[in-house]
Design a protein around this ligand. Structure first.
Ligand SMILES: Nc1nc2c(c(=O)[nH]1)N[C@H]1C(S)=C(S)[C@@H](COP(=O)(O)OP(=O)(O)OC[C@H]3O[C@@H](n4cnc5c(=O)[nH]c(N)nc54)[C@H](O)[C@@H]3O)O[C@H]1N2
Ligand SMILES: Nc1nc2c(c(=O)[nH]1)N[C@H]1C(S)=C(S)[C@@H](COP(=O)(O)OP(=O)(O)OC[C@H]3O[C@@H](n4cnc5c(=O)[nH]c(N)nc54)[C@H](O)[C@@H]3O)O[C@H]1N2
Ligand code: SF4
Ligand SMILES: [Mo]
Length: 756
């Protein structure tokens, strides 16, 4: 058994930090060594990133072993490098294990450890005062979405503020908003059965999503898929692709539009699909007439003959062919139309609800309806009566074009703006949980100014993150290995559920989100809005119509129901009907294509969306809008994920930190030589926004006009969170920008680079 002294000694030797901030595990000299319970296997959910894979944790007297849950076949019973390192997070001496309150100026790192009761009473008093003076809407609440976010967002509803924000505008907003507008809801990808995929910087072998990553890597290993990648740099996906084209950053839309141009001009599209399911084809076809491959080549640097050939190859492989719509959709301002243009190609390929294409999740409600019987259990949404109604609109609804963005997680940067400009009305308090905007929202400077100006900030985190460093009170959340959470719907081609379960006794004085926000509400006198006794009671209320679901999930962690179903695949429909004798009859094509409907104003796929004219004139038809992402003499600065860390979250985790502690700046040899930069040299990146110090990584695997860095490093608070301090802080170089309709941040900008 490793004693506490030993692991602290090991870890502190590694990061060479003598003192630990108050509240951290390293500062808890009185904490007794942790008792491991021998040999037990528990199924749970990873939280080392927001993919949240189903995991199986085995522990013996000295170690935790984290593996993938074998029940969840699409995840292949595997976890990634970060998933397997979760046990190290538990014992990281920089981990926060006690509530702390600020003693000196904001951000100065002067803290005092306090009890939860004091933390709750400080927060409650302050929020009630602010709410009475300025209205509850003046309190902003942000959290990465997911099961733990349900509770903080429910707290927001209970106090009556509409101002809740997820990470959406810094990540998936564009593809989600585009899907909502075109299809009425979001889609999933069937990469496993895909024969031909066009990938616009979906970095699946570094920005890991276990089920998609495994699906694509297995298809590649089987030789059953052709992968064509458009990427400004040699990512691992580009390296493993059949074809890699070094596209110019921010110009993907031209290529996507040119693919549609070829499919329509050469009549290679699925006419029948378009006739049956699509509105607005003619307007779209007219719009793309001008977007020839030659036109695209001049802007995006990909040869016209390749674009034409790729469109033809896609059509030949359809419907088991797709253009992947990506994940972090923040390359440019015109992301909304880029992601619409990508969906447009998929629509023309007719791959919706086909194997190897795009599909909708089959949640139990739809699945049971089709089966003609209750074959899969459903979760009950816990109803809470008489929640207060906010009196003011959200702060990001200043322009009707952001209607979809506001509903889908909000425009995160509206918070600092409302604090600093008091427009549309002032935000006076900010409660953030599992969110580190100082690192992950563009324009760090603006966030810092906001943090200095705002009346009150609370952060709930597992570390004193760069943002928590500016809080008045920091609440230590138990890590995911120490907490139970809600039952979660994980449906894909058939209904599925999974459950996070505590696998470890709580270290120090931490609490899970569900408890923190319930207790805070009770302190504020609004405990009636949390009508569950504890998380077990909450789970039981979720499964009230099928209580055995909970015991099965406790036993096996993950469970799927029925057989996979795609509405336009006759064989799958036949199989489904064999399983369920009372199932809805198939149509004359032998499938459920007659049941495919869309939650859009027309009930069809809106390739052109007339209703957009009401909120954003001129936007109904997908078009190219020229944009400038950098000054003439600058280089493009782009970012991406590293396999070894998650965004700004894991840089301190022992093991991962040892493997990667900084983010070298990729630069092409010719560009480097022009600036007398050599490999490993200290460099300065600068632009109108800021200046960052880093180290050059000279590589031919990037365009000459582009530099690249992994995000999540270069924190400005080394004394509190030392492991994140090295390297380039990407958000400090990114100007504030709100893209049309989707409201997303833009992560591509211009920089100059010189030797330090
Ligand atoms: N420049 C630039 N900016 C980017 C990106 C980029 O590529 N470049 N990527 C964007 C993307 S894709 C995303 S999703 C966002 C992500 O940005 P954020 O949503 O801010 O997420 P993370 O950096 O993953 O983690 C945020 C915080 O969660 C804390 N945390 C971890 N586990 C827990 C827990 O169990 N409970 C609590 N309460 N806290 C926890 C971590 O310590 C960390 O401080 O960043 C975006 N920002
Ligand atoms: N290991 C690991 N896995 C993760 C995460 C992590 O931090 N680490 N984060 C998770 C999260 S929150 C997300 S959102 C996903 C992110 O998943 P992805 O979106 O797939 O990953 P990124 O690495 O952010 O992204 C984008 C890729 O686009 C390239 N790129 C940049 N600009 C452009 C451009 O203009 N055009 C094109 N075509 N390519 C461009 C970059 O070089 C990079 O390789 O990963 C998830 N999984
Ligand atoms: S992709 Fe890796 S870190 Fe993310 S949830 Fe899955 S195993 Fe955990
Ligand atoms: Mo993300």
């Amino acid at each position: 058994m490793i004693s506490r002294r030993e692991f602290l000694a090991q870890s502190s030797a590694l990061c060479a930090i003598a003192a630990y901030a108050p509240g951290t595990l390293g500062a808890q000299t009185s904490l007794t060594p942790h008792q491991y319970k021998p040999f037990k296997t528990i199924h749970s959910i990873c939280e080392m990133c927001s993919t949240r894979c189903p995991i199986t944790v085995e522990k013996n007297a000295t170690h935790l072993f984290i593996k993938g849950n074998k029940q969840a076949k699409s995840f292949g019973g595997k976890v990634c490098a970060r998933g397997v390192s979760g046990g190290k997070l538990l014992n990281d001496p920089h981990r926060l294990v006690k509530p702390i309150k600020r003693m000196g100026p904001r951000g100065a790192g002067q803290w005092q450890e306090i009890e939860w009761s004091e933390a709750y009473s400080i927060i409650s008093d302050k929020l009630l005062k602010i709410s009475n003076q300025h209205g509850p809407e003046s309190i902003a609440i942000s959290s990465k979405s997911g099961s733990l976010a349900n509770h903080i967002f429910h707290f927001a509803k209970s106090i009556g503020t509409p101002n809740t924000f997820t990470h959406a505008s810094t990540c998936p907003a564009s593809y989600k908003v585009a899907a909502k507008v075109m299809f009425g809801s979001k889609l999933k990808r069937d990469l496993k059965n895909c024969k031909y995929v066009v990938n616009f910087g979906h970095n699946l072998y570094e920005g890991i999503n276990m089920s998609l990553t495994r699906a694509m890597s297995q298809a590649q290993a089987n030789g059953s898929i052709k992968v064509v990648v458009f990427e400004p740099r040699l990512s691992i996906v580009a390296d493993k692709a059949d074809e890699w084209h070094m596209i110019k950053p921010g110009t993907d839309i031209t290529l996507a539009l040119a693919l549609s141009h070829v499919l329509i001009a050469e009549k290679l599209y699925d006419h029948e699909f378009v006739e049956s399911y699509v509105e607005g084809f003619d307007a779209f076809a007219a719009s793309v007439t001008a977007y020839t491959p030659e036109w695209a080549e001049a802007i995006c640097d990909v040869p016209a003959q390749d674009i034409r050939r790729i469109a033809q190859e896609l059509a030949a492989a359809a419907p088991a062919a797709m253009v992947d719509f990506g994940h972090r959709t923040t390359f440019a301002n015109e992301e909304f139309d880029l992601r619409r243009a990508i969906y447009a190609v998929n629509i023309l390929l007719g791959n919706i609800e086909r194997k190897g294409g795009l599909f909708f999740a089959k949640k139990s409600k739809l699945y049971n309806k089709l089966a003609g019987a209750e074959v899969a259990p459903s979760l009950t949404k816990i109803k809470v009566d008489n929640l207060p109604k906010p009196q003011r609109k959200r702060i990001d609804l200043t322009d009707p074009q952001f209607k979809f963005a506001a509903k889908g997680g909000g425009i995160y940067s509206a918070i600092p703006k409302a604090v600093l400009t008091k427009q549309p009305y002032p935000i006076k308090a900010w409660i953030m949980s599992r969110s580190n905007p100082m690192q992950t929202v563009s324009n760090r400077n603006q966030i810092q100014q906001c943090m200095e100006a705002i009346d009150f900030v609370v952060a709930c985190d597992v570390y004193i993150s760069e943002s928590a460093a500016y809080a008045d009170v920091v609440l230590p959340e138990s890590t995911y290995l120490e907490r139970d959470e809600d039952v979660f719907d994980k449906s894909s081609k058939n209904p599925a559920y999974y459950l996070r379960q505590r696998v470890y006794e709580t270290i120090g004085d931490t609490k899970p989100s569900w408890l923190i926000f319930k207790e805070l509400a009770e302190q504020m006198g609004i405990g009636q809005y949390f009508p569950w006794y504890d998380i077990r009671d909450y789970q039981q209320q979720q499964v009230v119509t099928n209580p055995s679901l909970l015991s099965r999930l406790q036993h096996q962690g993950y469970q799927s129901f029925g057989v996979p179903l795609l509405l336009r695949e006759p064989k799958m429909v036949q199989n489904f009907r064999r399983h369920y004798p009372k199932a809805v009859p198939a149509c004359e094509k032998g499938d459920y294509s007659h049941l495919l409907t869309f939650k859009t104003p027309s009930g069809k796929i809106e390739l052109t969306a007339p209703s957009l004219e009401e909120i954003a004139p001129g936007r109904s038809v997908i078009k190219y809008h020229a944009e400038t992402l950098k000054q003439e003499n600058e280089l493009f600065f782009i970012q991406g994920k590293t396999t070894l860390h998650t965004n700004s979250a894991t840089q301190s985790v022992p093991l991962l930190r040892e493997l990667q502690s900084s983010n070298p700046v990729w630069i092409h040899p010719v560009t480097a030589a022009e600036r007398s930069i050599h490999d490993g040299q200290a460099v300065i990146l600068s632009n109108a926004q800021g200046e960052e110090h880093g180290t050059a990584l000279v590589t031919p695997g990037i365009r000459k006009d582009t530099v690249f860095a992994h995000m999540g490093f270069g924190s400005k608070h080394p004394e509190q969170y030392p492991a994140t301090a090295k390297g380039v802080h990407c958000g400090n170089l990114l100007p504030d920008s709100v893209a049309p309709i989707s409201g997303n941040d833009v992560h591509t900008t211009g920089i100059s680079i010189r030797p330090a």
